[in-house]
Design a protein around this ligand. Structure first.
Ligand code: PHE
Length: 493
């Protein structure tokens, strides 16, 4: 077997891991959740979830990839063949997410061009729904493909392809730019946000704790799923990335740096968003809370609106959308890498550029549905089911496979052998008991909510599609795992 490809240095690996973690989830999803769940109070569950779930699971994924020197499917198969389905489910979920993540990137690219002439100025809401997306009236009315989005999506996939085509070799070169650049741009946006009149009101809303929210289980479940999403956990990515490290690289340090930088960027990006919202609230004489509760439309409606109100608006519009795109691209190609790593592990002879091409082409095809006029509705449904169920199921199975079958203590021993910071028994406790129990609770709460009412009032057939997005990959993973083994055993190392 040929030697495994390697990151050119440990720093490049950490850059790539941070690049994957930092994405739309930090600049768009995190501030919108913070706004929705009472500003400052959201930070507490978020940080607790980071410490008891995020960091331990990232350590687990790094350790597993590095120890087994394989992508998600083969790493789990090396624990026990029947667990290969956990890895499969992870990459199926990753593939689903990248199919719509690329579409949000396509919108961002369109908005980057619109920013030069501030085409969205005026009624940004009308612009987003009716001009940019040309949205239909309901999910049932597909209404054909929006060609602009489709063509922009092609451009996005070509970009993604050229980042990943040679695997870690090309990724390693790209992340040197795409990881630090958006961070610098975010700092510019923070400075701009904080120097606007009345920005303080936005910041107070963002940081002032509202302790009553801590008694709301919904805040806790939102914080936990955000931690999964933001650290790119349970997609097979971090396992794949770590599999290109030498077996003796320091695991805890890599995991702590990645998670701390990622959350720091979320929290800092919050200052840019809320500072700007404070200014906008003042201009429009509405409370910040009203603007902050905009939900998913924050990045394409509220923030562009705020931009048009500040001097040199076009420049800040361009900066904002370049930030979104450069943030998102490393997350998108990390999802592709998670899949191509698994395929290349299975067929060592397959050419890397070809495997990447096929995965990108399939990702594009799967995304076409989101470029139709009902695309936003489909995106909403698929995102809801994939992140609230797909991810969490993988997380639970991961804990069982490593914690109970491989042995948390055995993995902890390996981690401590190669790492400077030693982790204590608390880590095994988290993996074996705490995290799976919390995740089972989380999924149960969500399941009950699902049974009470259709998500966002979508029709039953749409909800069925949402479930299929989770259950079909789950069924396939299960069948593959239990398929009678061929003579040639799966290679483990
Ligand atoms: N972590 C990325 C973000 O916060 C999103 C992502 C999810 C990336 C899943 C890869 C996989 O935006």
């Amino acid at each position: 077997m040929a030697d495994r490809a390697r990151w050119s240095s440990r720093m490049i690996f950490v850059f790539a891991a941070i690049g994957s973690a930092v994405g739309l989830g930090n600049v768009w999803r995190f501030p919108y959740l913070a706004g929705k769940y009472g500003g400052g109070a959201f930070l507490i569950p978020y940080l607790i979830a980071l410490i008891i779930m995020g960091i331990p699971l990232l350590i687990l994924e790094f350790a597993l990839g590095q120890k087994m020197q394989r992508g998600a499917v083969h790493a789990f198969a090396a624990i026990k063949r029947k667990f290969m389905g956990v890895g499969l489910m992870a990459i199926f979920t990753g593939f689903t997410v990248v199919s719509y993540y690329a579409v949000v990137m396509a919108w961002s690219l369109m908005y980057l061009f619109y920013s030069f002439t501030l085409k969205y100025a005026g009624d940004t809401k009308d612009f987003f729904f009716n001009k940019a997306l040309q949205i239909s009236s309901s999910i049932g009315e597909i209404g054909g493909i929006n060609l602009t989005i489709l063509l922009t999506l092609v451009v996005i996939w070509v970009l993604i392809y050229f980042c990943v085509w040679k695997g870690v070799k090309s990724v390693g070169k790209v992340v040197v730019v795409t990881m630090p650049l958006p961070v610098i741009l975010i700092l510019i946006l923070v400075l701009r946000g904080l120097t606007l009149p009345n920005s303080l009101e936005g910041i107070i809303f963002y940081l002032k704790p509202n302790f009553a929210a801590l008694f709301d289980t919904e805040v806790w479940t939102a914080a936990m799923s955000q931690i999964f999403f933001t650290l790119s956990l349970a997609f097979g990515i971090m396992i794949a990335y770590a599999s290109y490290m030498k077996k003796d690289s320091d695991i805890t340090k890599n995991a702590v740096i990645t998670s701390v930088v990622n959350s720091a960027i979320s929290i800092i990006a919050g200052f840019a968003v809320f500072g700007t919202l404070g200014y906008m609230a003042f201009k429009q004489a509405v409370p910040v809370s009203e603007l902050a509760a905009a939900g998913p439309s924050l990045a394409f409606i509220v923030y562009p609106k705020a931009i048009t109100m500040i001097p040199m608006a076009a420049l800040f519009g361009v900066i904002f959308f370049v930030t979104l795109l450069t943030l998102a691209i490393d997350s998108a190609f990390s999802l592709v890498e998670g899949v191509t790593t698994v395929v290349s592990d299975a067929w060592h002879k397959a050419s890397r550029p070809l495997v990447s091409l096929i995965v990108c082409a399939l990702g594009f095809l799967a995304g076409i549905i989101f470029t139709t006029r009902a695309g936003l509705y489909f995106l909403d449904v698929v995102d809801h089911f994939a992140t609230n169920f797909g991810l969490i199921i993988v997380g639970i199975l991961e804990c069982i496979a490593v914690g109970w079958v491989f042995g948390a203590e055995k993995l902890r021993k390996y981690i401590n052998e190669v790492s400077d910071y030693k982790i204590g028994k608390w880590w095994s406790f988290c993996i074996k008991y705490l995290i799976p129990i919390l995740l089972i609770y989380l999924i149960a709460v969500q399941f009950v909510a699902e049974m009470k009412a259709n998500y966002e009032g979508y029709p039953n057939w749409a909800i069925v599609i949402g479930w299929l997005v989770v259950l079909v990959p789950l069924a396939i993973s299960f069948i593959v795992s239990y398929w009678p083994e061929k003579k040639k055993a799966v290679a483990t190392s």
